[in-house]
Design a protein around this ligand. Structure first.
Ligand code: F6P
Ligand code: MN
Length: 332
């Protein structure tokens, strides 16, 4: 028998008593998933579709934009603007928020996304992804246009989060706050099929992911954590470890959901507030997925999901994955 489709999965969730998935949220997730299919299609054309390489523009983070960053951002905006389930959107690629234009009906949700995570990988044919997060618009914004402050909600408020990964297979990994589920894109008929879940992070996997070239930025705690593992069976851990780094958070976190281990992109301990990953559309959605799969996620001292954001593109240090490994980093 064929695995069930994303639509059927969401409708069955909607029918549950105390459903975590009201109809509007289902429509929103299906719309995001549809945009991810279009992104997957664009990526797979590569040089033949003239989608590789960079533009002359920079995004708000001062990063050179890849053609695909802009293509994917536009696909997500266009797909989600008119359906009536959103009050506004925010993206890594846009300086400020995108309220739903007045010509369309407005809904109760806010959507935040990183259209192409790990985009430097696109040109060398390695995995990239789309990360998304959904929160409810605060009640106070009923009847007025949403403003940036409405988006500044702690990750615990997320009602859905997920990513699409464009790799050897195109997958959608999703949580609506009740477990983590993986869907594989069946390209011939354009359907997402349930292929794993509820996913649990395998424990005890001795694998860590970190960019070693950032060593000068590490705090003493992070440096000790990594050095202990590099010593392998001769060191305090008593085991050999493997190291992996794909420079695409989606790919590294996906590996952890499937195979275990830990992912670290610590803040620069020399400069307060300086870090690589963005809280609202990278760290928060990934943290909800990781926690829902039995793992832990921290900024180095406290749970990422409990952080009260102060700005849209705020950055944060990240340690996420196997609970034991995250706890080991916290131990004095
Ligand atoms: O979005 C930021 C990102 O591309 C992540 O996907 C990835 O984990 C990280 O940056 C890679 O950073 P670096 O260039 O330091 O390896
Ligand atoms: Mn990213």
């Amino acid at each position: 028998m064929q695995p069930i489709s994303l639509s059927r999965f969401l409708i069955e969730q909607q029918r549950l008593p105390e459903s975590p998935c009201p109809a509007e949220l289902r429509l929103l997730i299906e719309t995001v998933a549809r945009a991810c299919k279009a992104i997957s299609h664009a990526i797979s054309k590569g040089a033949l579709g003239d989608v590789l390489g960079s533009l002359k523009s920079e995004n708000v983070q001062g990063e050179v934009q890849k053609k695909l960053d802009v293509i994917a951002n536009d696909l997500l905006l266009d797909a989600n603007e008119w359906g009536g389930h959103l009050a506004g959107m925010a993206s890594e690629e846009m300086e400020t928020i995108h309220p739903i234009p007045n010509r369309y009906p407005k809904g109760e949700y806010l959507l935040l996304f990183d259209p192409i995570d790990g985009s430097s990988n696109v040109d060398v044919d390695l995995s990239v992804g789309t990360i998304f997060s959904v929160v409810r618009a605060p009640e106070a914004c009923a009847g007025r246009e949403v403003v940036e402050a409405d988006f500044l909600q702690p990750g615990r408020n997320q009602v859905a989060a997920g990513y699409a990964i464009y790799g050897p297979q195109t997958l959608l990994v999703l949580t609506i706050g009740a477990g983590v589920y993986e869907f594989t894109l069946e390209r011939e008929i354009g359907s997402w099929r349930l292929t794993d879940g509820p996913m649990r992070i395998p424990t005890g996997t001795r694998e860590f992911a970190i960019n070693m070239a950032r060593r000068p930025q590490w705090s003493p705690a992070v440096a000790r954590y990594v050095e202990d593992r590099l010593l392998g069976s001769a060191g305090p851990c008593g085991h050999d470890y493997n190291m992996r780094w794909t420079a695409s958070m989606v790919a590294d976190v996906h590996r952890i959901l499937k195979r275990g281990g830990v992912f670290l992109y610590p803040a620069d301990h020399r400069t307060p507030g300086k870090a690589r990953l963005r809280l609202l559309y990278e760290a928060n959605p990934m943290s909800l997925l990781i926690e829902q799969a039995g793992g832990a996620s921290s900024d180095g001292s406290a749970a990422i999901l409990d952080i009260d954001p102060v700005s849209l593109h705020q950055r944060v240090g990240v340690v996420m994955g196997d609970k034991e490994e995250v706890a080991a980093l916290h131990r004095p």
